[in-house]
Design a protein around this ligand. Structure first.
Ligand SMILES: [Zn+2]
Length: 414
């Protein structure tokens, strides 16, 4: 696994870009003043940049050599009428509060603290800045939403009665973004953390990602139904670069799909094809091949121990057959009970459980339930190893190394 070092602000490249955000190339304002003029895009294309050659009609911003200024729409949630600074991104215009930006992020403190900038133009009563050349609309949305997420709650707390409902609703906008597409928000925050040297965004992004791809079994049980194959495919490179904690769960989810999908890729809800790198395909296939083994050696290993132990105290179950015979039959038919692409963390199908419990005595039924509980946790412990990550301890150590790069100096896990 390759872990990238935190890069200084003045270096950026494709490898530094998280999945789902626009590739960025730092542009010097003095060298390319034309890039400072606002350019409106035809549509929000934060996910799939459109090359100019793919358009059938001429670019609208250049007509007879005269630059036409078209304006993107106001952002539905981050346009405050009482704001005193306007930020133009390619798909949206944001109107926000200078003081809030300066207090909320030291990048804006530095930028807005400068009295004069090539990228700013003073209008009648407010600043107007084209941010389209430095960030995509989506990244700027996440950035501003993050800055505003605290402020509006704070205003609501101080003013209590006078705060209006709109502000309160907007206070949850960052939360809405996270709930709507946490992975994309996390990718954006990782990107902002790296590009503008804002380590606090790294830790926020990590929390969001681990919340989606947990590192303990109980949370996995709760959250796994919401994880799609596309999310896993998208998360794997992000986790490798920033958040190894989430990698086993992402790999595991990816390993539950058909072989063909692992190799040829999957599509997200917008139809974008997501493919795994060759290295990740190998890791996922390696894990997929081990589901059967882990299922036998860990998830349901206890059943084998039980029917062996029952040699010493043979007794009949409810159906007339000895409990031991029922258990051994269950164990030896495990591979036919499960479909080949089902995971080692999948529970026994309900029909199989009912058949088994209907035929063994109550003592054995309780024993089986305990063994299944222990076995599934044992299988969870194996998940990192299935994908070549050794163990959860190694995963945590990898995470600690990355955290340290962003200034977190907690003790190593042990
Ligand atoms: Zn029994």
């Amino acid at each position: 696994m390759t872990l990238s070092l935190k890069r200084p602000c003045d270096e950026d490249g494709p490898s530094g870009r998280a999945e789902g955000t626009r590739p960025f190339k730092r542009v010097c304002a003095e060298e390319c003043p034309s890039l400072l003029t606002p350019v409106a895009s035809e549509e929000d294309s934060t996910d799939s940049p459109v090359t100019s050659c793919s358009r059938s009609k001429p670019a609208p911003e250049l007509v007879c050599g005269v630059e036409m200024k078209t304006h993107p729409p106001r952002h539905p949630s981050l346009y405050f009428d009482d704001g005193d600074i306007t930020l133009r991104a390619e798909s949206f215009i944001f109107r926000v509060h200078k003081n809030k930006l300066m207090k909320g992020c030291r990048f804006f403190e530095d930028m807005l603290g400068l009295k004069c900038s090539d990228a700013t133009e003073k209008t009648e009563d407010s600043l107007s800045i084209d941010v389209g050349v430095i960030e995509s609309s989506w990244d700027m949305t996440v950035w501003l939403a993050e800055i505003y997420s605290d402020k509006l709650v704070f205003i609501g707390f101080i003013l209590r009665i006078t705060v209006n409902l709109t502000l309160l609703l907007r206070s949850g906008y960052f939360k809405e973004l996270v709930e709507g597409n946490g992975l994309k928000v996390a990718a954006s925050l990782f990107h902002l953390a790296d590009k503008w040297d804002l380590p606090e965004y790294f830790f926020q992004a990590k929390d969001i990602l681990v919340n989606i791809f947990p590192d303990n079994y109980d949370e996995w049980v709760t959250r796994s139904p919401r994880i799609t194959t596309a999310m896993a495919f998208r998360a794997i490179p992000i986790c490798k670069q920033y958040c190894p904690h989430g990698l086993p769960a992402a790999y595991y989810t990816a390993s539950l799909v058909h072989l063909e999908v692992i190799i040829s890729g999957t599509r997200d809800e917008e139809g974008t094809l997501l493919t795994l790198s060759l290295e990740d395909q190998v890791a996922v296939l390696r894990g997929k091949l081990q589901h059967c083994l882990v299922r036998r050696e860990h998830t349901y290993h206890g059943l084998r121990g039980d029917f062996t132990a029952l040699f010493n105290r043979p007794h009949q179950g409810k159906g007339g057959l000895p409990c031991r015979a029922r258990l051994s039959r269950m164990y030896y038919h495990l591979d036919t009970i499960f479909h080949y692409h089902q995971g080692c963390l999948d529970p026994l199908p309900e029909s199989a459980v009912q058949r088994l419990f209907a035929s063994v005595c109550s003592t054995c039924a309780n024993m089986i339930k305990d063994e299944l509980w222990i076995g599934t946790r044992s299988a969870w412990d194996c998940v990192p190893d299935m994908f070549g990550l050794q163990s959860w301890l190694h995963v945590r150590m990898d995470q600690r190394e990355i955290d340290k790069l962003y200034g977190d100096s907690e003790e190593d896990p042990c």
